[in-house]
Design a binder for this molecule. Structure first.
Ligand SMILES: Cc1c2[nH]c(c1CCC(=O)O)Cc1[nH]c(c(CCC(=O)O)c1C)Cc1[nH]c(c(CCC(=O)O)c1C)Cc1[nH]c(c(C)c1CCC(=O)O)C2
Length: 369
């Protein structure tokens, strides 16, 4: 079964496929640029279109979600080399039968987080039909890809199993990760069952996003750094590996012929870089804790590296932004091979869109030298 009514041959030919080529390790004329959370609250046009609506309602409306996805591409015309579909990592827990709300100014909230075996078992027993539960997401993707008219590739994404386990058990963001860690240490077997179930849904969701029109995929392990190297090896890495290993054959099965680059972003998991470069992803996204040259050395040409400016630099003067962009691109070897420009994490709502424009212009200037 696959997403219906999508004729991929009808999508416009790509006018700019720099991102896809760089992600697959080809030499490019300059490093492609995109930014995590490039669509969203720092853009006045986002607030205008969202117009006080509920966040998930916004994601589920294909017209609105596609408009929001394209806003940064339009504003930064010629400067951004990809769009990322406007959605959230928490749509997988929703598809698994959990209720998730986005509380204005506070973030995600699960009214019934997984706190006992009975609750967890219920989620394990829930039969997930990815095509039905996430039909709205596929619609938004197909509409966005059509509206983009080949200007830039469209990225799909999902949350990684450990990060989603955190939200599902904590019920929202967390400081101590008390419940998530209680699950791992008190009931490792059940924790693995949940991680496996999330993995199965993630593989199908990512693959069907490609059927719907996505051209590159990113997996967000945003809470990777909360696990030390030992627990990362047990509770995160095997599932990240499974996703990278299982999506390509599933895509083949679904009739997708082209290579679809996959990116992994494990924020804070500095100790795992060597492993992350060897589990099947085409690109590894780095947070700003990395000195680019050290990461390049560890990677040793295996994958494309993506990142890694501290988004906080956007609050700086133009001189500082120029200096930091130059250091970053030079640190990654000049940017014409195995490199994609990004931040080390997402934009903040307080950022000045003009500063982000300056950042992108500088990346083009320095990266073209
Ligand atoms: C951890 C995580 C989430 N969501 C996501 C992650 C992984 C990346 C990361 O580590 O930041 C991923 C995500 N969330 C969103 C996107 C859209 C595409 C893009 O990057 O432009 C993407 C790729 C939109 C969003 N997701 C969210 C917003 C803000 C909602 C609003 O408009 O009020 C947006 C634009 C809400 C969200 N969603 C999530 C949180 C913790 C929050 C609240 C915190 C916050 O407000 O920044 C969970």
């Amino acid at each position: 079964m696959q997403v219906q009514n999508v004729d991929r041959s009808k999508f416009a030919p790509m006018k700019n496929d720099l991102m896809l080529r760089a992600a697959l390790g080809e030499k490019v004329e300059r490093p492609p640029c995109w930014i995590m959370r490039q669509a969203g609250r720092y853009l006045p046009e986002y607030h205008e279109v969202k117009d006080g609506r509920d966040f998930f309602e916004t994601c589920r409306d294909a017209e609105i979600a596609s408009e929001i996805t394209i806003q940064p591409v339009r504003r930064y015309a010629g400067l951004l080399d990809a769009a990322i579909i406007f959605s959230d990592i928490l749509v997988i827990p929703q598809a698994m039968g959990m209720k998730v709300e986005m509380v204005e100014g506070k973030g995600p909230h699960f009214p019934e987080p997984l706190r006992n075996e009975e609750q967890l078992q219920k989620v394990l027993d829930y039969k997930v039909n990815v095509l039905d539960e996430l039909e709205w997401a596929f619609k938004a993707i197909t509409m966005t890809r059509t509206k983009l008219e080949g200007q830039v590739p469209l990225l799909g994404f999902c949350g990684a199993p450990w990060t989603l386990l955190v939200y599902m058990t904590e019920g929202g963001g967390s400081r101590l990760f008390r419940f998530a860690k209680q699950w791992l240490n008190e009931s490792p077997e059940l924790s693995h069952k949940l991680l496996q179930k999330i993995t199965d849904v993630a593989v199908e969701f990512l693959s069907q996003q490609v059927v719907a029109g996505c051209q590159m995929l990113q997996v967000f392990e945003s809470w990777g750094g909360e696990l030390g190297s030992r627990d990362f090896a047990e509770f995160s890495l095997p599932y990240l590996r499974q996703i990278a290993e299982r999506v390509p054959p599933r895509l083949k099965q679904l009739g997708i012929e082209e290579r679809v680059p996959m990116v992994v972003f494990a924020k804070g998991s500095w100790y795992a870089l060597d492993q992350l470069c060897g589990i099947g992803y085409n690109a590894v996204s780095l947070d700003w804790s990395w000195n680019p040259a050290d990461a390049v050395k560890i990677n040793n040409g295996r994958v494309t590296l993506q990142g890694n400016l501290d988004p906080g630099v956007i609050y700086g003067t133009d001189e500082i932004i120029t200096k930091r962009v130059t250091e970053m691109i030079h640190g990654f070897g000049g940017g014409k091979e195995n490199y994609i420009v990004n931040f080390g994490h997402g934009t903040h709502p307080f950022m000045d869109p003009e500063k982000i424009k300056f950042f992108l212009q500088e990346c083009h200037r320095v990266g073209s030298q």
